[in-house]
Design a protein around this ligand. Structure first.
Ligand SMILES: C[S@@+](CC[C@H](N)C(=O)[O-])C[C@H]1O[C@@H](n2cnc3c(N)ncnc32)[C@H](O)[C@@H]1O
Length: 311
């Protein structure tokens, strides 16, 4: 990996505010003012914000994960931890244990629907860990993963040789599937990269059969998520059945994994700047990204939607 390039990428994502040390309350207040300012600018030019931010995220993933050769890295999400300690612990095969927290995010969504015998599509499948988990544990008849990034699809196609599991390169805003041909669409931590969310939701509704489900999770600032919830609440082909704020679960997952990931980082890198950089990237406890979730400057939501019959 070209570290200098990656560091610049993360710094540019953090922006000016994040590099200044301020008391937490003051920083939150300034960020709220920034959000209000943005809201005004972008209500005059509504598409500007989406295009700028979402393209930025996409470039970020392309640069970081496009260059990672590591065969072990099969998940790219922040993870999920149940907060209710009484909740039954998800049974995993030993080889899946290292990815428990990322898998739990998939399980949180997919356990809402019985996927046995269904045709399931994951949009933004990344490095395929989620598709592999769903195919092996939930037993759909077909599991298809699509991702915009060619390197991801090549990685997935080489890594997984499992019957009923396939991958292809595609854009979430132009899905290469027939109308009504999919039973369930899964989308995890990917839609914040799409320049046109409306178009993505239209595509999901088009490929889903009537009665099919859309299992969806993503993060953003409070006002970005409010905008997203508004679109989903008023969608005429997708009916919003359940909305859950899972920010605390994601924070808990990040907290649980921090020590183990930090150990890996310390083994891999000696330079403090490198360690700091990757801690931010992985949102380890105490890092800038972790604090954003902890302080609810960014929030994480999951949604269960169903394709409805208009007639
Ligand atoms: C943070 S990763 C999440 C991957 C996976 N869902 C997981 O949880 O491991 C986001 C993924 O979305 C993909 N992506 C971004 N824009 C996309 C688009 N327009 N269509 C399909 N995939 C896209 C990226 O290439 C990246 O693999």
């Amino acid at each position: 990996m070209k570290l200098g390039q990656l560091e610049a990428e993360v710094k540019s994502r953090k922006g000016f505010w994040m590099n200044i040390k301020l008391p937490r309350k003051l920083r939150q207040a300034l960020l709220s003012i920034k959000d209000i300012f943005r809201l005004i600018i972008y209500s005059v030019f509504p598409r500007l914000e989406d295009i700028r931010k979402r393209r930025g995220w996409r470039r970020h993933y392309d640069r970081i994960f496009g260059e990672v050769q590591d065969d072990f890295l099969t998940f790219m999400n922040w993870g999920y931890a149940p907060l209710d300690k009484q909740q039954e612990v998800l049974h995993l095969e030993p080889e899946d244990e290292p990815w428990r927290s990322s898998i739990q995010l998939y399980h949180h969504l997919t356990s809402q629907v019985d996927l046995r015998g269904l045709k399931v599509l994951e949009v933004g499948c990344g490095r395929g860990g989620g598709c592999n988990f769903i195919r092996r544990y939930s037993k759909p008849s077909q599991m298809i993963g699509v991702d915009l990034m060619k390197a991801n699809i090549e990685f997935c196609s080489n890594k997984y040789a499992i019957d009923g599991l396939s991958f292809r390169q595609a854009d979430a805003e132009a899905l290469p599937f027939d109308d009504g041909s999919i039973d369930v669409v899964v989308n995890i931590e990917s839609s914040h990269c799409y320049p046109d969310l409306d178009r993505f939701y239209r595509e999901v509704a088009r490929v889903l059969r009537i009665g099919g489900f859309f299992l969806y999770a993503d993060f953003g600032s409070e006002w970005e998520m409010a905008k997203l919830k508004h679109i989903l609440n008023n969608h005429y082909e997708l009916s919003l059945i359940r909305t859950q704020d899972i920010t605390a679960n994601v924070v808990e997952a990040l907290r649980n994994c921090s020590a183990q990931k930090k150990k890996m980082l310390l083994k891999e890198f000696q330079d403090d700047k490198q360690i700091q950089f990757f801690s931010d990237l992985a949102r380890l406890e105490g890092s800038w990204g972790f604090n954003r979730f902890r302080d609810r400057m960014e929030v994480y939501f999951s949604f269960l939607l169903q394709r409805v019959n208009l007639g």
